[in-house]
Design a protein around this ligand. Structure first.
Ligand SMILES: *Cc1c(COP(=O)(O)O)cnc(C)c1O
Length: 430
């Protein structure tokens, strides 16, 4: 497969864009080689600028749960295009989107739209601090909550891929207010709360971690976290930017049966366009301007095109059996990958949460901790990644990213993926 045009564009890109990319993980630093430049997407498929086709498991990093160019989303966008791109004022569609999210996630009584996941978590943290009058924030090792200053501490994926978990430019005064605890370690949680619970504004967690590959939280640990937050008056924030409408219709909170005080959303809620949101109990959300004193605003917040794509997506995912079908397809694919890894004698295991999955090159079964993720064989992943790419399958270019399956991935795509995997696993062995 030729990649001349991608190579040429990458050279040009590096002239005027730092590292040639607008988001670090796109640069392929975690896997070596050069990034693809993409031309189009259709259903489960991507086409690069050289005309090569790939089955896509990145799904624009999560949003495209319906696949590329789903007719309902395209139609909604076309309808809005006829009416204008944005007005910087309220529209009916924003009201409908907020209603829909509150209905699907009952822990959310009020919702504010923003334009990215980063903005959602940043605003939720500010709100939690404003509401509680406390400063300390707790996050977990390997969880990523966007590139918010105070949250760029042991922050997963992009940061892990670059080997730089902390970023220059973040004053110690910011990150010093962030306490980092190990994921899935209830003893550390107890210890922290006993010492600092009373100063803690909030605990932010990915209930299914998707930025240190895919690592679901243990149910017992999450319920204990809920109890501890209540006991000490700290707010519990579920960062469901990735897991919301992805692991289940009601998000991870519906799977675990735990209600957070605040939820942050992004990715699927925008159907592929830039949307984020944060929401939760009315008592807390009413502290946001203009109703309350905690300031938050956005020129493009609730942009009509983005809201149209989001609403169309939220409608489509409510089709009966939608998540069951996705989950079954993902399960079948992961089972196929496991059996091919066994045949090739490559140590390999996988995690799954709904339509989200993680591939681990590890001898261990049941990857539950950040240490286990970090101990995986990155060389094996690199070889597998390139083997898959050469065989027409586009995985996230990092061993620390989750994979996403869409409703457009059918049996044929799964078969082709498994055939590619047979070659890719065999290449590792040799
Ligand atoms: C992607 C992601 C974010 C950041 O969202 P952006 O839209 O990239 O700013 C925050 N939290 C989680 C869990 C994410 O997966």
């Amino acid at each position: 497969m030729g990649r001349q045009k991608s190579e040429q564009l990458y050279k040009e890109a590096q002239q005027h864009i730092p590292g040639g990319v607008n988001s670090p993980v796109r640069a392929f630093r975690g896997v070596g080689g050069e990034p693809l430049f993409l031309e189009s997407g259709e259903g489960a498929w991507l086409t690069d600028v050289d005309g090569n086709h790939y089955i896509d498991y990145v799904s624009a990093w999560g949003p495209l749960i319906l696949g590329h160019r789903h007719p309902a989303v395209i139609e909604a966008l076309q309808r809005q295009l006829e009416k204008g791109l944005g007005y910087g004022a309220s529209t009916e569609a924003e009201v409908r989107l907020a209603e829909e999210v509150c209905r699907l996630m009952p822990s959310i009584e009020q919702l504010r739209l923003v334009t990215s996941g980063t903005e959602a978590t940043m605003s939720a943290i500010r709100l939690a601090r404003g509401f509680t009058g406390r400063d300390a924030v707790v996050k977990f090792e390997g969880c990523y909550h966007g590139h918010v200053d105070g949250l760029l501490v042991k922050a997963g994926s992009g940061a892990l891929t670059l080997g730089a978990p902390d970023s220059p430019g973040v004053p110690e005064g910011y990150s010093g207010l962030t306490h980092v605890l190990p994921y899935n370690d209830v003893a550390a949680l107890e210890e922290y709360f006993a010492a600092n619970g009373e100063n803690t504004a909030c605990v932010i967690i990915e209930p299914v971690a998707g930025n240190m590959n895919c690592v679901p939280a243990r149910t017992g640990d999450l319920s204990r976290l809920r109890t501890l937050c209540d006991e000490y008056g700290a707010l519990l924030i579920f960062d469901e930017v990735m897991s919301g409408f992805r692991v289940a219709l009601g998000g991870a909170q519906s799977v675990y049966g735990i209600e957070p005080d605040l939820t942050t959303l992004g990715k699927v809620i925008g159907g592929g366009l830039p949307v984020g949101a944060f929401g939760g109990r009315r008592e807390i959300m009413s502290r946001i301007a203009p109703e309350g004193p905690v300031y938050q605003a956005g020129t493009l917040a609730g942009n009509p095109l983005a809201v149209a794509a989001g609403l169309a997506t939220l409608e489509a995912i409510q089709a009966p059996g939608f998540y069951e079908a996705l989950e079954n397809r993902a399960r079948a694919m992961l089972a196929g990958l496991r059996s091919r890894a066994v045949s090739a004698s490559v140590p390999f295991t996988a995690n799954q949460a709904g339509a989200m999955f993680g591939l681990f090159f590890s001898e261990e079964e049941g990857i539950e901790s950040f240490e286990q993720v970090m101990a995986c064989n990155v060389e094996h992943f690199r070889s597998f990644f390139h083997g898959m790419l050469d065989n027409g399958v586009y995985l996230a270019p990092s061993a620390f990213e989750a994979g996403f399956i869409s409703a457009a991935h059918g049996e044929r795509e799964i078969e082709l993926t498994l055939a590619a995997a047979e070659n890719a696993f065999a290449a590792i062995q040799s």
